[in-house]
Design a protein around this ligand. Structure first.
Ligand code: ZN
Length: 165
């Protein structure tokens, strides 16, 4: 996906570009290409970007640490304001990046559909990754350290008994 020169969107029919997506995104390790559609509409003072796209990803289960494949699906739209940002805002912007849902682009700049879609896909990855609802996690069998403690407790209680007798 090539970067889109924002003023060019005004030349498109209904000032809206529709992009078919069927590719692996840079930085995003997906098992299948990301497939779907992305539309960018120029609304004068802002861009309205929406996407329905998805791909299969290999994740690692938080409970059992096994890899599993799951579908990551995006069905979202976002408003990107068109305004020239002041440079000194940059530092501040980075700090609030995660919570800052309102983004802006320079009116004569470029919109990068792959970067935008990458962010949306990342947001769609579940924070808690569980291979399936019934996952029991790592099976914990009786292991030496626990037994060792048991032995000590046993020895201590024997000693206690002897002392009290
Ligand atoms: Zn699991």
């Amino acid at each position: 996906m090539r970067a889109i020169h924002i003023p060019q969107i005004l030349n498109a029919a209904n000032k809206t570009l529709a992009i078919d997506v069927a590719e692996h995104l840079p930085q995003l390790d997906t098992l299948t290409p990301v497939k779907g559609e992305l539309t960018v509409a120029h609304r004068g003072t802002f861009l309205e970007v929406s996407a329905q796209a998805g791909a299969i990803m290999t994740l690692e289960c938080d409970r059992c640490l096994q890899s599993y494949n799951t579908r990551i699906q995006v069905n979202t739209s976002e408003i990107l304001w068109l305004e020239d940002t002041v440079e000194e805002d940059d530092v501040l912007e980075k700090e609030v990046e995660l919570e800052d849902l309102v983004e802006s682009l320079p009116p004569n700049g470029h919109f990068k559909p792959d970067e935008w879609l990458y962010e949306q896909m990342c947001l769609a990855i579940p924070q808690k990754q569980i291979c399936n609802a019934d996952c029991q996690g790592i099976e914990i069998t009786s292991n030496p350290p626990v037994q060792e403690v048991d032995h000590r407790w046993a020895a201590l209680s024997t000693l206690k008994q002897q002392l009290s007798e």
